[in-house]
Design a protein around this ligand. Structure first.
Ligand SMILES: [Zn+2]
Length: 212
């Protein structure tokens, strides 16, 4: 009996019970999560507490992958370590992996220290109008769920012409998950439980995108 229990426990550990995926069809959508910056490119930074954008973006990406995997999606990261990746390499990775969605993760900076909140960008000048419309829908789903989890201020869905969201051939968004230049938000961003909320929100947003 004891052996059977040990066997069952090992089985559950190897094959964890997964939530039923929400997407339609049998092909798992591949979600490409892109942690902005990396290596020598720190991104923006702040002091007290000391905070680098590249590091928070990477922890958010790794946690987002965990939650997307749990929801039954296949999630690929453009970088999973602290390395520098040119923008063209990020786009190429997304296009080569035949991913379904591209989500780039960044944190914000403003000379105005009171600026705070979360915003998300999509590109409406992509070569396909259909993909631009899907990008906007992805943006609003992700932002809504991230705000729901974090209770941060929503700065809205915005149009942006950033290279990674313009050149990817799939629906793509760029999330600015909070201001490193704002004292309160920087303190939140140094808290792993807060980053966990952002990551869960992104995964929920992707799930809602496929459900709607
Ligand atoms: Zn950035």
């Amino acid at each position: 009996m004891k052996r059977i229990i040990i066997f069952l426990l090992a089985f559950v550990a190897i094959f964890p019970i997964q939530a039923k995926p929400s997407y339609k069809g049998t092909v798992k959508p591949v979600i490409m999560i892109d942690a902005g910056h990396g290596g020598l490119d720190i991104g923006t930074k702040g002091r007290r507490p000391y905070c680098e954008e590249k590091r928070i973006a990477l922890s958010t990406a790794i946690l987002t992958k965990k939650y997307l995997d749990q929801l039954g999606y296949k999630c690929v990261l453009t970088r999973s370590t602290d390395v520098f990746l040119p923008l063209a390499t990020r786009v190429k990775k997304a296009n080569v992996a035949r991913s379904s969605l591209f989500i780039s993760l960044h944190y914000n900076h403003s000379p105005n220290a009171t600026a705070h909140g979360i915003e998300i960008f999509y590109c409406d000048t992509k070569n396909s109008k259909k993909i631009a419309v899907a990008s906007q829908r992805l943006a609003s789903n992700v932002l809504q769920q991230v705000i729901k989890r974090t209770k941060a201020k929503s700065r809205g869905v915005k149009k942006g012409n950033f290279y990674v969201i313009r050149e990817t051939k799939i629906p793509a968004v760029l999330l600015e998950g909070g201001f490193i230049s704002n004292d309160n938000e920087r303190t939140n961003l140094k808290n792993s439980q807060y980053i966990d909320k952002i990551a869960r929100g992104i995964a929920d947003g992707v799930d809602h995108y496929f459900k709607s």
